[in-house]
Design a protein around this ligand. Structure first.
Ligand SMILES: O=c1ccn([C@@H]2O[C@H](COP(=O)(O)O)[C@@H](O)[C@H]2O)c(=O)[nH]1
Length: 324
């Protein structure tokens, strides 16, 4: 999406893309080698035997890239975007990062919004480098600059506060990029810290939501939606309802459907009367859909496409529930 859409406001681009593609589904790709489809992993195992570290990483990254292309192409007709889980690519070293860059370009060529899920957040000088790598460009000693990953948006851990967000917000404001700050995560342990009560009665996640909302308020586009979004786990439906109220005009990125147990039906509160406001990312349930369907791993790509189509339909019902 980045190339053609240039520097347009990210919240508006998302609104248009969700309407045009009739989908709020985000294809998740978390390439854990042990969970890739058996017809891919078995030949990979044979080829890896006897290779040195460098060649083994290179080969694994090639396979991860090929599977990613197939997955994204199969599911693209049913989705608005892709979320690449950065950690799995990093685990394959520079070859993994090369594969990630090529997958990002490929997905953007298919018209998909690309989110790099890396969840960085550090003191401002270090956040600057993360932002350059994920959504910006890296200046090269004042002579030139280079795109490293070139995603349309990235996830972000806001725990360090506003100064750590500034370097990302500079790309949001100056280059039409998007930022999704973690507000309430989907994992079982999220409650341990994120639901702690502050002296003023708010939960930590609510206080984080208020900070994120303050970043978003001045960044609303014509659609009414901001270029700063929030990550809210789909596995906590009650938190979703209360955080939706605290974050009007903020795109919510909702992981947790499928493998983590959340269902699309519970997500209706994320959407406004026009069916906007929520993006639902699903990773393992697409790549491993063959297990639930025919059980034939040879058909993994067709199974992923069928699962994406079913999710799109279920999410369309949730998306339009508010307007009924
Ligand atoms: O709160 C969060 C934030 C991010 N994630 C990421 O989303 C996917 C979920 O994968 P599934 O296979 O669909 O469960 C994964 O990349 C996580 O790192 C999250 O799950 N929860």
């Amino acid at each position: 999406m980045a190339e053609g859409d240039g520097r347009r406001h990210f919240g508006d681009r998302l609104a248009e893309a969700v309407r045009a593609r009739r989908s709020c589904l985000v294809i998740g790709y978390d390439p854990d080698l042990d969970r890739l489809p058996p017809p891919v992993v078995e030949p990979l195992r044979r080829r890896l035997a006897g290779l040195g570290e460098t060649e083994a990483l290179r080969l694994a990254a090639e396979v991860v890239e090929q599977v990613g292309r197939t997955l994204v192409e199969a599911c693209a007709p049913h989705a608005v975007g892709v979320k690449f889980q950065f950690a799995f690519f990093l685990a394959l070293g520079p070859w993994g990062l090369g594969a990630l860059r090529r997958l990002i370009v490929h997905a953007q060529g298919l018209g998909l919004v690309v989110i790099a899920d890396a969840k960085p957040g550090d003191i401002a000088s270090t956040s600057t480098a993360y932002a350059r790598a994920l959504i910006g460009t890296t200046p090269l000693a004042g002579i030139s600059e280079a795109t490293v990953l070139g995603a349309d948006a990235c996830t972000f851990n806001p725990y360090l506060g506003p100064d750590s967000a500034e370097p990302f917000l500079a790309w949001v404001d100056g280059a039409g990029r998007g930022l999704f700050a973690l507000v309430h995560t989907s994992n079982p342990g999220a409650t341990a810290l994120q639901e702690l009560r502050l002296q003023d009665g708010r939960q930590v996640a609510e206080a984080v939501a208020d900070v994120v909302n303050s970043w978003a308020m001045s960044r609303r586009g014509a659609s009414g939606y901001a270029s700063v979004g929030a990550v809210v786990g789909a596995t906590y439906p009650e938190a979703l309802v209360s955080l939706r109220r605290r974050l009007p005009g903020v795109w919510l990125l909702l992981p947790g459907v499928g493998a983590q147990g959340a269902s699309p039906e519970a997500l209706a509160p994320a959407f406004d009367r026009e069916g906007l406001g929520g993006l639902v990312s699903v990773s393992r349930s697409l790549l491993e859909a063959w297990r639930q369907q025919s059980g034939d791993p040879q058909g993994w790509a067709a199974a992923a496409a069928a699962a994406a189509s079913q999710l799109q339909e279920a999410l369309e019902r949730a998306r339009t529930a508010a307007s009924r």
